[in-house]
Design a protein around this ligand. Structure first.
Ligand SMILES: Nc1ncnc2c1ncn2[C@@H]1O[C@H](COP(=O)(O)OP(=O)(O)OP(=O)(O)O)[C@@H](O)[C@H]1O
Length: 250
């Protein structure tokens, strides 16, 4: 290992179980557009992330904290390989994301990343079990195995008795637990959550956070939030301001 790499590893706490790592990550958008893709050249550029370096390993929860507009969602989208950086390096599950096509990134996500968002994103016409099993269809898993896996996962998140309910028949916390079970269905190395308790009352939010703590034994977890209780469960906190990482990380 070169001394520079050793420095980067020491700085990021990187080790053999590193699931995601980025160095000097930059993401720019064109203001007033639907993103960089549709922006015209003369629109001003917003530097949403400005040189962020970090890594996350299996067995830890890393919290991303910062004021509104500081770049949390932008960073999460990159770490989840939903997006590609304007500059800098990004490796997820050993793959260099900057070099992947959109299709290759979709495959990388299917194989290695679980996503949990504030607004659950469940399909309303499907039962809880069918929602959890959905990513397994893409993986080509036979129907019976899918059903068994989804049943086990619903049990793990305490929802066995709700397997045949549709999202509209479930509370917010139950829907979020279905979303977490779905994110785990493909056995991802990395679980990425954006404000996972944002829509939940504090007690239900606490139950979802307990679940994250249990999960972090086997997964790398990155969670962005404004909420102090959510950030409290993190082993480390990356603080952002104006797209930059603050030195006083937790
Ligand atoms: N698609 C986009 N097009 C243009 N600017 C964008 C786009 N997405 C984000 N931005 C800008 O990038 C900056 C960072 O946004 P981001 O959503 O990452 O922040 P955030 O910390 O997640 O904010 P919040 O806590 O309010 O969700 C902001 O200035 C935002 O206006």
């Amino acid at each position: 290992m070169s001394s520079r790499n050793a420095d980067v590893e020491a700085r990021n706490g990187e080790h053999a179980d590193t699931v995601v790592t980025c160095d000097s990550l930059v993401r720019e958008y064109r203001r007033g557009s639907g993103g960089a893709l549709f922006g015209s050249r003369d629109q001003p550029v917003v530097r949403a992330l400005d040189g962020v370096s970090m890594s996350v390993s299996s067995g830890e929860i890393v919290g991303i904290q910062g004021p509104s507009g500081s770049g949390k969602s932008t960073l999460l989208h990159l770490l989840a390989a939903l997006d590609t950086p304007t500059a800098g390096s990004l490796t997820v599950a050993g793959r260099n994301v900057t070099r992947l096509s959109e299709r290759e990134r979709a495959r990388l996500r299917l194989d290695h990343v679980g996503l949990v968002f504030q607004r659950f994103h469940l399909l309303p016409a499907l039962s809880a079990r069918a929602n959890v099993a959905l990513p397994l269809i893409e993986l080509g898993m036979p129907r019976r195995e899918r059903r068994e896996r989804a049943t086990e996962l619903l049990e793990a998140v305490g929802l066995s008795s709700r397997a045949t309910h549709r999202p509209g028949q479930l509370s917010g916390g139950e829907q979020q637990r279905v979303a977490i079970a779905r994110a785990l269905s493909t056995e991802p190395d990395l679980l990425v959550a954006d404000e996972p308790t944002g829509e939940l009352d504090s007690e239900t939010g606490r139950r979802v956070l307990d679940l994250f703590e249990e999960l972090s034994d086997e997964h790398a977890v990155v969670v962005a939030s404004h909420d102090a209780a959510t950030i409290d469960v993190a082993d480390r906190v990356v603080r952002l301001r104006d797209g930059r990482r603050q030195l006083a990380d937790g």
